[in-house]
Each structure stands twice: as C-alpha cells, then as structure tokens.
Ligand binder design. Structure first.
Ligand code: HEM
Length: 202
C-alpha cells in the first residue's frame, strides 16, 4: 500500500534549490575563472563568483541555524546499519528492478548511504570549499596580517574541491532519477510530498 507523506518542509526545499542553484553557478563561474571555457568574461565571472560565494555563506549560516534549532541535523548522523544492503541495492538490485530496501519516513528521511554521503558533503566538503574560497578572497589581507600563504596552494585546493563537488553533483543528479518515475524524487523536493511504499521495511 502506498501513502503520501510530507518529507520536506518549506525552508528545506527553499534551501535545497537555492543551494543547488548557487553551487552550479559557482562551478560554472569558477571553471570560467580557471580558464576551462569562456562565457561571461574573466572580470564578470570573478564578480559573480564572489557574490554567489558570499550568498552561499549566508545561506549556509541560516541552514546551520535551522538544522540546529529544529533537530533536523539528526538525519545526517551516519550509521553503519544496513549500509551493505543499501550499497548492494545500488550496485546490483537497482539493475534487476528490485524494490528499494529502505523506507523513508519524516523521522528518517535519508537511507544510511545518503546520510553518510551528505554528512561528508556538509561537514567536510562544503565547509572546506567555503573556507578556501574565503582565504582566496581575502588573500592580500592574509599577507598583510603576516600569514605566509601561497596563492597557488590555495588555488589548487579550491579547484580540486570544485572537481569533487562536480562529481558529487553528477552522481546526485543520477540518483534523483532512480525513484518510482524519473522525476518522482525531484517532484518530492519541489512539493515536499513523497509517495511511500508502506510494505517495504527500512
Ligand atoms: C561550491 C562552492 C564553490 C566552487 C565549486 C568554487 C569553484 C571555484 C573554481 C573552480 C575557481 C577557479 C580556481 C583557479 O583556477 O584558481 C574559483 C576561484 C575563486 N573562488 Fe570559488 N568556488 C566556490 C565557492 C567560493 C566561495 C564561497 C568563495 C568566497 C567568496 C569563493 C571565492 C573564490 C575566489 C576569490 C576565486 C579566485 C577568483 C577571483 O580572484 O575572484 N569561491 N572557485
């Protein structure tokens, strides 16, 4: 039996889509600054990249506040239980059309593999990228304050993390297509409501 459950609150959906837009925009302008392609021109790409970077920092501060005050941070607590089963599903079961071994609920929105990967994204990857971006942005000030930073080291870290984020984004978008229909997971993140199969136990 299927039932519709409200999984994502209004703020969560706003944050998700705004963050997705900013990350894609930062990747595009960042790789233009890097010289990968030409779209806006170097000067404009720098201007918009820095503006989007600052906006992402502000959005992240609001999101941290929201996660802490609502207790939603608990969804990202990684746990090893059923991890093998879920990994097995994504490697083999999904190709055989088997049902997903995890049942989402408002109390446990993320399967153990998702919790682990989002934990890595939110606790390591994004903070490091925001921090290296800030160091890059205030590079001349760091030098004036007496910190002996090498610009090429900051640039290498910032660019390497951008590649990891790009890979994360590609895998993330692929996984959004593995629901009941190609867009059912995406629709859930737009409307907040998702159809859950009650017979599957997680
Ligand atoms: C998801 C987040 C981000 C991604 C994917 C990203 C990506 C990139 C990439 C690929 C470059 C080119 C690096 C090079 O070739 O040297 C770059 C440059 C740069 N990024 Fe980011 N970035 C992000 C966030 C930020 C943030 C939060 C800031 C802080 C304001 C920032 C500030 C800068 C600065 C200052 C540069 C050098 C260009 C300039 O002088 O304006 N970035 N970024």
């Amino acid at each position: 039996m299927k039932s519709k459950v409200l999984l994502y609150t209004r703020f969560e959906r706003f944050w998700h889509w705004f963050q997705a837009f900013l990350i894609i925009f930062l990747l595009a302008t960042g790789f233009e600054i890097h010289g990968t392609f030409h779209m806006l021109g170097y000067g404009a790409a720098c201007y918009w990249h820095n503006l989007a970077g600052m906006t992402l920092l502000i959005l992240t501060a609001f999101a941290i506040f929201w996660h802490l005050t609502t207790g939603q941070w608990r969804h990202y607590q990684p746990c090893s239980e059923n991890l093998k089963k879920i990994a097995g599903y994504y490697c083999v079961g999904i190709m055989r059309g088997e049902p997903h071994p995890f049942r989402k609920s408002p109390e446990r929105k993320l399967n153990p593999l998702q919790a682990l990967s989002y934990f890595f994204l939110k606790v390591f990857l994004l903070p490091l990228q925001l921090l290296s971006g800030l160091i890059y942005y205030f590079y001349n000030d760091w030098l004036n304050w007496g910190f002996a930073l090498r610009l090429d080291s900051v640039a290498i870290v910032h660019t390497a993390l951008a590649f990891v984020l790009l890979i994360f984004l590609i895998v993330h978008i692929y996984l959004t297509t593995t629901g009941g229909t190609l867009i059912s997971y995406t629709m859930a993140m737009i409307t907040g409501w998702e159809e859950i199969d009650e017979e599957i136990c997680g």
